[in-house]
Design a protein around this ligand. Sequence first.
Ligand SMILES: Cc1cc2nc3c(=O)[nH]c(=O)nc-3n(C[C@H](O)[C@H](O)[C@H](O)COP(=O)(O)OP(=O)(O)OC[C@H]3O[C@@H](n4cnc5c(N)ncnc54)[C@H](O)[C@@H]3O)c2cc1C
Length: 440
Amino acid sequence: MTAPLTRPRANPRVTREDIEMETTQADRPALAPDAPPAPEAPSPTIFEVVVIGGGPAGATAAHDLAQAGRSVLLLDREGRIKPCGGAIPPQLMREFDIPESLLCAHIRSARMVSPSERRVDMPINGGFVGMVKRDVFDPWLRERAAAAGATRRVGTFQDLSREADGSLSIHYQPRTPDGEPVATVTVRAHCVIGADGANSLVARKGLPDVPRPQYVAAYHEIVAAPAAGHADYDPTRCDVYYQGLISPDFYGWIFPHGDSVSIGVGTAIPGFSLRQATNRLRAAAGLEQYQTLRREGAPIPMAPLPRWDDGRGLILAGDAAGVVAPASGEGIYYAMASGRFAAQAADEFCRTGDARALGLARKRFMKAHGRVFRILGLLQRFWYSSDRRRERFVSMCRDPDVQRLTWEAYMNKRLVRSSPLAHLRILMKDVAHLLGIIRA
Ligand SMILES: Cc1cc2nc3c(=O)[nH]c(=O)nc-3n(C[C@H](O)[C@H](O)[C@H](O)COP(=O)(O)OP(=O)(O)OC[C@H]3O[C@@H](n4cnc5c(N)ncnc54)[C@H](O)[C@@H]3O)c2cc1C
């Protein structure tokens, strides 16, 4: 669990204009024709930190830094809804103060579907998983960062360069109201946080020697939700399909979003048709005839990068740093957690000038979550590798100990240590499944 920076804000820079401009942008993905572009101060403006990318990672980092009194610019290109299933655990809501009013659905159980169509329901006793729509959630996070004192600009990051005094120049293209190209703007910063997602240009420009991680290609269709009870659809249940025809190495999902549903699949296997697999999934769930509202896809990184900083003032967070949990593809919580760690590291770097502070973000993140990532990586490699294993995996999910530990780990982001007997029972059943002593 990560705590926000708590130093009181010394120099709030938010202006009424910033907030009003950003409120307009939150309502409309692109700048409205009547909204004037952000006024540019005589260049180059110098910030202590520039955060590039205003998704969950960047917006969290900018919020924490602004709250700590740092002068921070949050740059986001906006205009595109992040493709996402939108499932978030209660721990995220507690740790990052997310109000329940942002949820579009409350999920009370998960249904696991095996290759032979066996269905195993895993109820969440007494709790819920929250669902968010990213075209609501992300602008809300960006607005919160602005309200805490971050300066916001709409524009596309293009390049980074280093000045003689060691500071960084960030070059970006602002967006005009009618989308016309405008002259590139340059701002300067002591520290840059790259939170520009899985295809991070900041990572490619600033850390070209760090290999990019393996990706799962993910695709989903946002579909008008059927009325409750239709097509075996339950607006309070997430369905997860473990079937080789739907995904040969990951899974397919049906995640309710209130008036719509996210239906999607992921795979790391090149050439596998995600669209056809989604059609199969919709047919299997009886959801073909409902109206498709959007089709979209994006890569999901599957391993944290070995290094997140350049040792001189640049640091990555979120998908840009590769922090999505293997097996589940859960990335929102980890993006926010890594954004917070990156903010702490940047704050320490600004305070001390010691670039070794930048390395603390990855170190702290891996200390908090590295073990879970390793376990989930093993789980994915083993259980998602054939239909025979998927069948056994779903069968194991009937076990009350497996259900309790799975929900506890997901919902509260901690591995249960208090019940060694339950772990032993699971281990024995695991081994029995592997040896085929228990029938799937
Ligand atoms: C189909 C799909 C389903 C998923 N489902 C779930 C789920 O149910 N639950 C879950 O927890 N995770 C899920 N994930 C993963 C999750 O969406 C990501 O891990 C999470 O969004 C990462 O947050 P981020 O802030 O690091 O990056 P992003 O959310 O990608 O945000 C990056 C930001 O950077 C901005 N940006 C990018 N390039 C530039 C540029 N050049 N200049 C300026 N701005 C730029 C973008 O506008 C964006 O706002 C899913 C992912 C996919 C693809």
